[in-house]
Every structure is written in structure tokens, then in C-alpha cells.
Design a protein around this ligand. Sequence first.
Ligand code: ADP
Ligand code: MG
Length: 545
Amino acid sequence: MENALDAGARSVAVRIERGGIDRIEVSDDGSGIPPEELALAVTPHATSKLAPEGPIERIVSLGFRGEALAAIATAARLRIVSRPPEREEARGLEADARGPGPAFSAGRAIGTTVEIRDLFATTPARRKFLKSPAAEQVEVVRTVERLYLAHPSVGIRVGAEAGEIAAYPPEARLADAAARVLGPELLGARIDVAATVPGGTVRGALGRPTLSAATSRRLFLSVNGRPIESRSLAAAVRAAYGDYLPRARYPVGVLRLEVAPERLDVNVHPGKREVRFADERAIAEALRRRVREALLDAPQVAEARPAAPGAPAAGPDRAAVRPSAGPAAPAVQRTLGTPAEARVPRAVAAARGHPALTLLGCLDALYWVAAADDGLLLIDQHAASERVVYDALRRRGRLGRQTLVEPATVRLTGAQHAALRAHGEAVRAAGFDVEPFGPDDVRVRAVPAYRGRTAPASALRELLSELADGGRPTLPDGLEERTAATIACHAAIRAGDPVAVEEMGRVLEALRALPEASYACPHGRPIVIRLPRARLDRWFLRSGA
Ligand code: ADP
Ligand code: MG
């Protein structure tokens, strides 16, 4: 496949049998191989990729050691058929460990087909290390995905015995290619990155925190068209997300770097998967900063953009604060115009490097309005409280529990009973004290409690359902995180709950005291919308803004 990309192919077809163990065929519509070079192509250390590009440091193609085809021929039966554009017919040859056989003529459109049969048939020791055909097939698709996301303008199809198993059409926009691999939800929840790094540029489409993954493998990195693995760059991207993601969750997306080839050493790894940058630290740090900026700029997470379509209600018209009236929010009524009351202690805030907050009021028992040093904050009361409870739960491993005066009887479905049997320990750690009660019911003797708030006994049903069917689609998928997120959701202040000023202050204080500003709840919904002063000034057409 690398050879096909090096040959300028626009379209590549991969066909595999038994996960590639029996047969792999790669056809491309690239520049082909002149017939007189066919035998050379399968000879060790023969490469056509040095001459036009000068010294080896400057090479930007994927291959340049002339080893791949020769190495494959020693490990399997290789058949190569190729037709360069200026030829009427294709020529081919077969090769194995004994070397190339005689050339033959074949019919073929412009381009090259390489077929590999019976991988490691003559080296059983190595064949033993192949995984099952199903697992090898997964690896094939992964490899194709990595190459596609490094070359999204090339279309790639993958077929197996049963027909097409994956298709990646050429895409002009990186985000569209990324969505082909990572799922269409990326398009509506992404962060675009376009920035400079030392010695080059980076472009990318990353998922918002709602689209995190349990491993770092859903972050696709490439440099100069070469898919790479880079711990330091992946760590830099993870660091940029900071506490936007719960612990043990990783960002998803695609980042393509272009850097001057002479600042890149691709010979660190035999498969050239790892590379070394001349200024790796500086690149990683720049990447972290760029991604962080892009994340902070993303409208739905931390900052309102007046014109962003699909952004939450945060434009100037909707952000207008009107005093909430009526019995729904009695506690807040009296705080309007009394800004000092729920002030987050400056000492705490300053110690963590966060500016102090002044609570201004509340809208519809949903949103709190606060003044920060640099503008206005709108806070979702449920999301904020949920995040704080979640964090406490993750830190301590358990919430408090509140014993019920009257144990509550809760009816469970068969699936919920099964989930209780499977996850009893997690349910108990979360704060529920549950015992069997007849064939269908359980008795709840204690419920999770946090700072005086308790979850309703019925929350047990929701927790068990979520544990039974693997959680909500956007939920973190580790069992502990999932449980914590569900419990936090139920133990938290709800939307519409009247909240006393003191409690708002406590939530804000806890929020600001988290190790890093946490602007997303465990489900990835935004907690805080920030309206910087400068933006307000622009809205009000203040001169100099
Ligand atoms: P390398 O890619 O390092 O040069 P390979 O063994 O992979 O070494 O390929 C040897 C040579 O065969 C390449 O340099 C190239 O000239 C030719 N070649 C192989 N595959 C293709 C292809 N699909 N299209 C055009 N040329 C190819
Ligand atoms: Mg090659």
C-alpha cells in the first residue's frame, strides 16, 4: 500500500482471504513499474526512490530502502503485474525465496497489482505468530485506516471473501475522511486544528470531549503522509484535553503534521512507524498549546460564539439575565443584586490559579450567572454539580450513603437483576445498600449521598440498566467511570431544583478547586459557557474593542 501511495495512486483496492494469511492483493492506479525494472523491484536494496530526491534525509516517500517487496518474496509467493502509462500491455512476474521467475504478459489497466499468497508457508515458526484470520482482518482494516487518514485524498477499498468490508472514498476535507473512520458523529462534535509548529504545520480534526475513547489508538497521527505512532505527541494531545476528559479516556481524531523532512528521522523503527523529530519537545509543546487553544475556542465547550450554528443557547439575545421569579427559585431571588454573598474565597481560587468568581444570579433554576475577572460565566447547575460529585466519587472510590428511615421496595427487570448480580460490588461502592425481596423486587436500605443530597432509591433501576447495556453512547466505558457518572448524575443537583446560594457557592468552589478547570461534565456536556469581556464589548459596539 505504501508503494501504491508513493506511485501517486488515486485509488487502491485491497483484497484479502482468510484475513490475509492465504492471500493479500493490492491494486493501484499509480505510475506503474517499467517492465525492465520488474525483476529489480523484487531484488533486495533496489529502490527507484533515491535518484530524484537526492540525499536520504530529504526523502519524503514512504519507502526508500528497497526492502519490502524482496522481503515479502522470501516469506511468501509474490506476484506483481504492472503497467506504466506509456505501455500498451502489462508485464508481470512471480517471485519467491529463490528469486524472480520469468516475466509474462498480462492484461491490466495502468497501475500495479501485487499479490501475496501463503504468507510464511515455508517458515512455520513465523506462521505460528499470526493471529486468527478474524484478528488479522481487523489489523488489515486498521492499517488501511491509518494510511487513508494520512492520505485522505486517495480512495481505498477493502474486500474479503464475503465482499467489501470497508470503503474509504477520497475526501477533500480532512474532517470528512476522519468521519469515515471515526464515525459521522465526529462531524457535529469536532474541533478543527490548523496551526504552525516548529518547522512545520499541523492540521487536524479532533473529537470534542463527548467523543473520547478508552485507548489512545483512536487518535491517528501522521507526518508527511506517513502514519506514525508517537507517545510524546499523543501525550501532548491528551494533555491539551486535560480534565475535559475523565481519567483513562483519550481524545479521538486525526492530526496530520507536515515538517521539513530533514528534521525528521524515520529510521528509528523497522516498520518506520515511529519517527524522531529534531525538535520533538518543542513540537509536542506547540501541539499541546494549539490543540488546547482550539479546544477552548470550540463554541460549545467553554465559550459562546454569537454566530456558531448548532451552538447551545448562548448568543447575546438568549444570554440576557432576567430575574427568575416564582416559587421555582425562591432561594435565588434574594441574591440578585447582592453579588458578594456567594463569592468563592479568593484564597482558594488564587491558589489554584483560577480567578475569583462572583455569583450574580440564577435563571429558571437551570443556569447560574457569575462574573469572572475577565467576563461573564453561565453555568449549568446540573452539569456543574454532576461534575463535582463525579470527581469526588472518582477520587474517593465511593460516595457517602444515607440510610433510609423506611427501606424502599424497588421492582427490577430480569436484566436489572442480572446486572445487580454482576456488578453488586460497584453498586454497593456507589452507596446503595440493596437486599433481595421476593422474586422481582429488591429492598433499598441506603442510597448514595453527597453533601446532604441523596439519590432517590429509583436511581438504582437506572444505574442497573446502564450497567446492563453498556452505558449511554457518550458515556465513558470503564465500569468504574460508568458507575460514577451514573451515580453522579443522580446524586447531583437537578435542572429545575431550587438551590440555596450557599450550595451554589460550594459547587462553584469545588469546581474551581479541581486540578484543572473542568468545563465538561462526565458525559461531556459543557458546564460553563464563558463570555469574555472583549466579546461583550464587541456586541455592544464599544469603540476600541
Ligand atoms: P521501496 O518502496 O523502499 O523503494 P519496495 O521493495 O517496496 O522498496 O519497492 C521496490 C520498488 O518497486 C520501488 O522503489 C518502486 O520503484 C517499485 N514499486 C513497488 N510497488 C510499486 C507500485 N505499486 N507502483 C509503482 N512502483 C512500485
Ligand atoms: Mg516500499
